[in-house]
Design a protein. Structure first.
Length: 203
């Protein structure tokens, strides 16, 4: 994985910016220790990051933004577009032609690339597990998104990144940088869902 590809892994969400119940993206003790889908794929990680946020929208308004992620012709990574989407802005609306995904599908790390994150597992509307493989086919990283019902038409979004011994960025500075990026982007985790809900009302 190149340094540029690592940028796609480091950002979780950026474009999703508005109505949220909690300003913090700190996961609770239970969320940090809870077993999530995909954990079994790297059972003994060298590092793990878990963040969470409550979004003032139901799960069905958040899910479409997850499944259209990816660089290039996909919706972008909602992160630092200059770094991980070739300078092209991430999507600001739901893209209907990107809503069908399947296990094995590639979410390109960068525009024009044939490597990136593959869909490893999904439970529609509930969880999505992505993974980046080393040249020998083994997993370097997993990236999990879980949507939970938080009551009153709100959603708890939990994201978790796990790295295996094949992951080349082992320094604490890189881990801290990715953690800061993930926290910053998750603070924007409601704007797109809010836009989607408004758009649906006007159709």
């Amino acid at each position: 994985m190149s340094c540029r590809n690592a940028g796609a892994f480091s950002g979780t969400f950026h474009a999703i910016d508005a109505v949220m119940i909690l300003k913090s993206v700190a996961a609770s003790d239970d969320e940090r220790t809870r077993r999530l889908p995909g954990d079994e794929l790297i059972p003994d990680p060298i590092g793990q990051l878990t963040h969470a946020i409550t979004i003032n929208r139901p799960r069905q308004d958040v899910w479409p933004w997850l499944v259209q992620m990816g660089a290039g012709t996909r919706g972008g990574w909602y992160s630092y577009d200059r770094l991980d989407n070739g300078g092209h802005p991430s999507a600001t609306r739901v893209l209907p032609y990107l809503q069908q995904i399947r296990v094995g599908m590639l979410f390109p790390a960068l525009p024009g690339r044939t490597d990136g994150f593959h869909v490893l597992a999904l439970d529609s509307g509930v969880s999505l597990v992505l993974g980046f493989r080393a040249p020998d086919g083994s997993l370097m990283t997993t990236w999990t998104f879980v949507l939970g019902d938080a009551g009153n038409s709100t959603t708890r979004l939990i994201t978790r990144s796990r790295a295996s011994t094949k992951y080349p960025f082992l320094g604490s500075a890189e881990i801290d940088r990715r953690s800061d990026s993930s926290r910053g982007s998750l603070r924007h985790a409601a704007k797109a869902a809010a836009r989607y809900r408004t758009a649906r009302r006007t159709i």
